[in-house]
Design a protein around this ligand. Structure first.
Ligand code: UDP
Ligand code: MG
Length: 342
């Protein structure tokens, strides 16, 4: 099989309304750029008609393929699956909601041809997100820049082109808590950012809520930093020093002024404060242990329930034929057993 020059990987979760519009904008751009390309949709367990629409697009155009997860695994995992199944000499990740302008792909490909292995879109403003989310985003990036093990280029997201070399490197990272933005930076390679303006979502609404974003932020920090763990050590040291100083003070005061019994409230307050701190850090350690547990279970990253596209049309026919044959054989056996002896 001849490999396509470009694979476009599109994670889609309840994006039914956007599929056709995206294909309509992508195809002319791609046709003007390369000879062979494929568009690979990863349906991340959508509840709507996303996969039906992908299948229809795939039937109409052999360059379109799709696979559907058995449930929602999250965008990061959908991207991993896309990288696993893409055949192109370069892979481009793009959102299904048309917030990433397909026309930028021309610029990405140009940079790639100049010799860059990774070309990422850098959003110049985040006004498409609400102010609260922007504030948290900024806080997160500030924390990550300070304590993460790899620096992240500002504004870089998942909209990017990766050369086959980078894709193969990314595929070797088998971790479950996938913080792609960190992983892209971690694998390295010759990279360049291209500024672009994030559009408005065409249909539907953002699939991220604050619970998911918080989880994602902690995944990001915990897989690229052990700072939360070290904080316990630092805080413990500081508190021990204070306690030691306080003990000296009490000894001195008792020697000079004699014993005095009151002090119950301060005792209770400090017991509660310090058990609170201990529980918090137990929780932090628990988060890391939970992630270690998830990693050592070695479950597959995702489960594919269905595939459509030219490559698999043939396979489906063979599977169907085999199933019919099996059924017939089973029927013959049954008939054979029921036959009267003699
Ligand atoms: N997405 C996904 N799985 C999820 C959440 C999102 O595949 O669990 C896809 C979604 O369909 C879209 C892309 O990831 O193509 C970006 O999602 P969204 O637009 O909701 O995020 P935002 O643009 O608000 O960051
Ligand atoms: Mg979006």
């Amino acid at each position: 099989m001849q490999h396509p020059d470009l694979s476009i990987v599109v994670p889609a979760f309840n994006e039914g309304e956007n599929i056709e519009a995206l294909v309509a904008r992508l195809v002319p751009v791609l046709e003007g750029l390369v000879e062979r390309f494929e568009i690979l949709f990863i349906d991340d367990g959508s509840q709507d008609d996303t996969f039906a629409r992908i299948s229809r697009a795939a039937r109409a155009d052999p360059r379109i393929r799709g696979l559907a997860f058995s449930r929602n695994f999250g965008k990061e995992i959908a991207i991993a699956a896309g990288l696993d199944h893409a055949h192109g000499r370069a892979v481009i990740l793009i959102d299904a909601d048309l917030q990433h302008p397909p026309e930028m792909i021309a610029v990405f490909v140009e940079k790639w041809r100049e010799g860059y292995d990774m070309v990422f879109g850098q959003r110049i403003d985040r006004s498409a997100d609400g102010p609260v989310r922007r504030w948290f985003t900024e806080l997160f990036y500030r924390l990550f820049a300070r304590f993460g093990e790899t620096p992240l280029p500002p504004g870089a997201g998942d909209f990017r082109l990766m050369d086959r070399k980078v894709v193969d490197a990314m595929r070797r990272l088998g971790e479950r808590a996938r913080f792609s933005k960190g992983l892209y930076a971690w694998v390295g390679f010759r990279s360049i950012g291209v500024p672009f303006e994030v559009g408005e979502r065409l249909h539907g609404q953002s699939k991220w809520n604050y619970r998911k974003l918080t989880r994602f932020a902690f995944d990001g920090l915990s897989s690229f930093s052990t700072l939360p763990l070290k904080l316990a050590t630092y805080l413990g040291l500081v508190i021990s020093l204070i306690a030691f100083a306080y003990a000296l003070l009490i000894v001195a005061r008792t020697l000079l002024l004699g014993v005095d019994v009151p002090g119950f409230p301060s005792l209770i307050v400090s017991v509660m404060l310090f058990s609170g701190i201990q529980l918090v850090f137990l929780g932090v350690i628990g988060e890391y242990v939970g992630r270690i547990f998830a990693e050592v279970k070695r479950r597959p990253l995702y489960i594919v329930a269905e595939e459509v596209g030219s490559r698999h049309a043939g396979e489906a026919v063979v599977r169907e034929a085999e199933a019919i044959e099996r059924r017939e054989r089973a029927g013959e056996q049954r008939r054979g057993r029921n036959m009267p002896a003699g």
